[in-house]
Design a protein around this ligand. Structure first.
Ligand code: MG
Ligand code: ZN
Length: 208
C-alpha cells in the first residue's frame, strides 16, 4: 500500500520545540501571555510571531548558536530510510520557521521537502507566511491545505505530530501518530490516534 507521511517538525522530529527554545532563551518577558492567546486560537500564528519577535533583541547568530544544540529523534533517520525504501513519500509541515528547519536538516544531512513559515532578519526578526490559507486564518503554514495538495495517489495519509498546530491536519488524516498535547486533543475529539514517543514506535506499529 502506498502511503504518504506528513510530519510536524518541532517536538516531533526534534526533541525540543525550537520555537519554545527561542522564546525561553531569547525573548524578554511577555511571550507567555502571547503564546497563551495563540494556544486558545485568539490570535493567528502570524500575529503571535510578529508580537513575539518584538520581544527578541538577538540576531541570526544567537539563534544559530542556540539551534546547534537541538537534537533530533534517534530513530528518525531509520524511519526515513525505511519509508524511502518502500516508496512512501514524506513531507515536513511546520508552523515554525524555514531558517531553523534548514539548519537542523543540513546538520543531519537530511533531505526531506519541508513547508514552513519564513523567518526573515531585517532590523529584528519578521515572519512571512507563503503557505497561508485565507479560508483558515489561524495557521501561518496551513497544514491541511498542503496535505490536500501533496497527497497525490497515496492510499493512506498518515499524520505525525505533537502540538496545537497539528490539530487541524490530524482530523484530515487516515491515521494519526501523536504525543503530548495532540494526543490528548485527539482522544477528546474522538479522532483515531496511536500514541508514539519516538519514531521507533511508528516503525514497529506499521511494520515498516
Ligand atoms: Mg510540534
Ligand atoms: Zn489552517
Amino acid at each position: 500500500m502506498k502511503r504518504v507521511f506528513f510530519s510536524d517538525f518541532d517536538g516531533t522530529i526534534t526533541k525540543v520545540d525550537t520555537c519554545d527554545l527561542l522564546v525561553t532563551k531569547l525573548a524578554r518577558k511577555g511571550w507567555k501571555e502571547i503564546n497563551a492567546l495563540w494556544m486558545e486560537k485568539k490570535i493567528s500564528t502570524e500575529e503571535c510571531a510578529s508580537m513575539t519577535f518584538r520581544l527578541i533583541d538577538a540576531g541570526p547568530k544567537e539563534v544559530q548558536e542556540l539551534i546547534e544544540t537541538v537534537e533530533i529523534d534517534e530513530h528518525f533517520l531509520d524511519f526515513l530510510h525505511l519509508c524511502r525504501k518502500q516508496g512512501h513519500d514524506i513531507y515536513i509541515l511546520s508552523d515554525g520557521y524555514d531558517f531553523i528547519i534548514d539548519m537542523v536538516l543540513k546538520r543531519y544531512k537530511i533531505d526531506v521537502p519541508y513547508y514552513a513559515n519564513q523567518m526573515i532578519y531585517q532590523n529584528g526578526f519578521k515572519i512571512a507566511c507563503p503557505y497561508l490559507n485565507p479560508d483558515c486564518g489561524q495557521c501561518g503554514t496551513c497544514k491541511s491545505s498542503l496535505m490536500e495538495k501533496l497527497k497525490g495517489d497515496a492510499e493512506q495519509v498518515i499524520y505525525i505530530g505533537d502540538g496545537a498546530s497539528d490539530t487541524c491536519p490530524a482530523s484530515k488524516a487516515d491515521l494519526v501518530y501523536a504525543k503530548d498535547y495532540l494526543y490528548q486533543y485527539c482522544l477528546e475529539k474522538g479522532i483515531p490516534v496511536v500514541r508514539f514517543e519516538t519514531f521507533l514506535d511508528i516503525i514497529k506499529h506499521l511494520g515498516l
